[in-house]
Design a protein around this ligand. Structure first.
Ligand code: F6R
Length: 248
């Protein structure tokens, strides 16, 4: 599993943004749409900052871009402050020329009896666009990718899941207390992520060092869903020195 270590997360984030921009430009030249799989959380924030800079200062256009986000809390109103819709608008979509009709984020407000059909349709919509050109990932301290917590199957698709206790603790600050963190989420599956033509997993900080070691060097197991990425030949881990510090 290729791991690229950068001196710091700013340099790493710029490199990842460049890779995304290159995908967008290559598709633009062919008159095609670029289909991006996007993540939320603190890890990709500087990637989005750099993409906004590329748009403003270097004319990078998102007119031919279609996006699918990995996940959303459930239940979650899209206009709530903690929603991943608000996150993506605030960090990226409101600052570039993307057509909002091309933005796809799992709907945390869908009624419970419609969730299964909704998840299937989300999966099918990705397929209808002929799959994701590039998927960005962070990693949770449980080893989750998207919200595929320990126990997730390698061929899992988009579905409703229960969040791990540690994941909810890590989200507590955003919600003003763990008791306010939703217990569930809608997430793309490990199988959905796997089908992307290029996968980049990012991690910064020594806080992520032990889970990065497990993901890269550990036995492949649903106990640490990120280990499934070892089976892919089109994945790259991009980390800073802190996150790389436990690697042998
Ligand atoms: C977010 C997501 C999660 C995060 C992970 C790391 O869309 O799917 O897997 O990438 O929880 O979160 P941060 O980046 O906040 O450490």
């Amino acid at each position: 599993l290729p791991v690229t270590v950068f001196a710091n997360q700013v340099e790493a984030s710029k490199a990842v943004a460049r890779r995304i921009a290159d995908v967008i430009l290559a598709k633009q030249q062919k008159g095609e749409q670029a289909v991006l799989g996007l993540a939320t959380g603190v890890t990709p924030i500087q990637v989005y900052q750099e993409l906004v800079r590329l748009h403003r200062e270097e004319g990078l256009s998102f007119k031919n871009v279609v996006t699918f986000n990995l996940d959303e809390y459930y239940p979650m109103q899209p206009d709530a402050e903690q929603s991943y819709v608000s996150f993506m608008n605030g960090h990226l979509f409101d600052h570039v020329d993307i057509d909002k009709a091309n933005v796809n984020i799992p709907d945390g407000a869908i009624s419970r009896d419609k969730v299964e059909a909704y998840c299937l349709a989300y999966e099918q919509k990705i397929n209808a666009y002929k799959g994701l050109d590039i998927q960005l990932l962070g990693i949770g301290r449980t080893g989750h990718i998207g919200f595929n917590e320990p126990g997730s199957a390698p061929n899992s698709g988009t579905r409703l899941v229960t969040l791990n206790d540690l994941t909810r603790s890590d989200a507590a600050r955003d919600f003003g207390g763990k008791e306010n963190v939703p217990t569930k989420a809608i997430t793309m599956g490990v199988g959905t992520i796997f089908k992307a033509r290029e996968i980049i997993l990012m991690a910064w900080n020594t806080k992520k060092a032990s889970i990065i070691k497990k993901a890269v060097e550990g036995e492949i197991s649903s106990d640490v869903p990120a280990t499934f990425l070892q089976l892919s030949d089109h994945v790259e881990f991009i980390v800073d020195q802190g996150a790389a510090s436990d690697l042998t």
